[in-house]
Design a protein. Structure first.
Length: 340
């Protein structure tokens, strides 16, 4: 009965995606190379430019969860580098211990009714909360499972667009976890095997769908659309067939090739920009060597920064690189950051 119920749920979810008037998209791929270490890449697919900047935060910053009542409070234990969204939140990033976090759209997210007895943390700063406080995926998941706090949805300023995301986490040990909020509760998928994340449906149905394809237990050929289900399958297949790399630059190129295969073409976005969202940027985080790469697709430029070369001591300035004002930058930009 459980298998029948899961299959029926999968069919219903697929139908809901087909008739959905709006579908945001992103893709994440985790790769462990025997010689180059652990790297993770993600596409940021969005309806418009996000005015994204790179920001380096030192340790010792007091923060709060932006809940109107009873916000979660903490002081950052680890320095981090992040890519911002609209200059108001951390959409993606990596900390000095090699923990990375990514927010990807999940329309089925349900954060529940606010319980003001619980400390609240807005989606606006949820990713930063994990980067600030944990050195590994295991630490982050143990805290999430054993501490009572509530995640709050966030409405984009100037619009009625409610942000709904699930969180992907990885670390320098190659560990991985995906946290989804369903019916107000966190549903956690924690395993090194979970190397790919896209969007709807929920993660267990993505895994069930994957089993239908050649190389994962089924006989279906690789699918070709830009749906979250098809991007998941293609990223899983191509990620599993990456070769051993001889250099970090080759590894970055290899992961980029997988991400590009899961990138919605600009032509589709041009045809219907209200429903299909182009890749506006992608990141690759070298979790072993603490190098953070940022690729702007409209500018076709790749920059990178070495987190270990920043002063992350408490009291050090927050450092920012404005890529909107400087689209011409490429290569190593570690020394291009300025105090924010």
């Amino acid at each position: 009965m459980k298998g029948i119920h899961l299959a029926l749920s999968f069919i219903l979810v697929c139908l809901s995606i087909l008739v959905s008037p709006l579908s945001f998209s992103c893709t994440r791929i985790l790769h462990i190379d025997p010689t180059q270490g652990v790297m993770v890449g993600r596409n940021m697919d969005w309806i418009e430019e996000m005015q994204s900047k790179l920001v380096v935060y030192p340790r010792g910053i007091p923060r709060q969860g932006y809940a109107p009542v009873n916000p979660l409070k903490w002081v950052s234990q680890y320095g981090s580098i992040v890519a911002t969204s609209y200059d108001i939140g951390s959409a993606d990033g990596m900390n000095e211990k090699g923990l990375a976090v990514h927010g990807l759209w999940l329309d089925e997210s349900d954060y529940g009714t606010r319980n003001e007895k619980l400390p609240g943390v807005s989606l606006l700063v949820l990713g930063q909360f994990y980067l600030d406080n944990f050195a590994s995926v295991d630490e982050a998941i143990r805290y999430t499972e054993t501490n009572a706090f509530q995640v709050l949805p966030f409405t984009l300023p100037g619009s009625n667009r409610v942000i709904k995301i699930h969180i992907a986490l990885e670390d320098s040990f190659g560990d991985s976890a995906i946290i989804e909020y369903i019916n107000g509760q966190p549903k956690i998928y924690h395993s090194k095997e979970y190397t790919v994340v896209t969007n709807d449906p929920v993660y267990d149905l993505q895994i069930e769908n994957l089993k239908q394809y050649d190389g994962f237990g089924g006989d279906k050929p690789l699918p070709g659309t830009d749906s979250a289900l098809d991007r998941f399958v293609r990223a899983a297949y191509h990620g599993a067939h990456l070769p051993q790399f001889s250099s970090s630059s080759e590894a970055v190129a290899g992961i980029s090739s997988v991400l590009q295969n899961a990138t919605p073409p600009f032509s589709l976005w041009k045809r219907d920009p209200s429903k299909i969202h182009r890749t506006i940027w992608r990141t690759i985080a070298d979790l072993t060597h603490h190098v953070y790469y940022f690729n702007s697709t409209p500018n076709f430029t790749m920059v990178y920064a070495r987190l270990d070369q920043f002063s992350l001591q408490p009291g050090s300035p927050v450092m920012k690189l404005d890529l909107v004002k400087h689209p011409e930058l490429s290569g190593d930009v570690t020394n291009k950051f300025e105090p924010a």
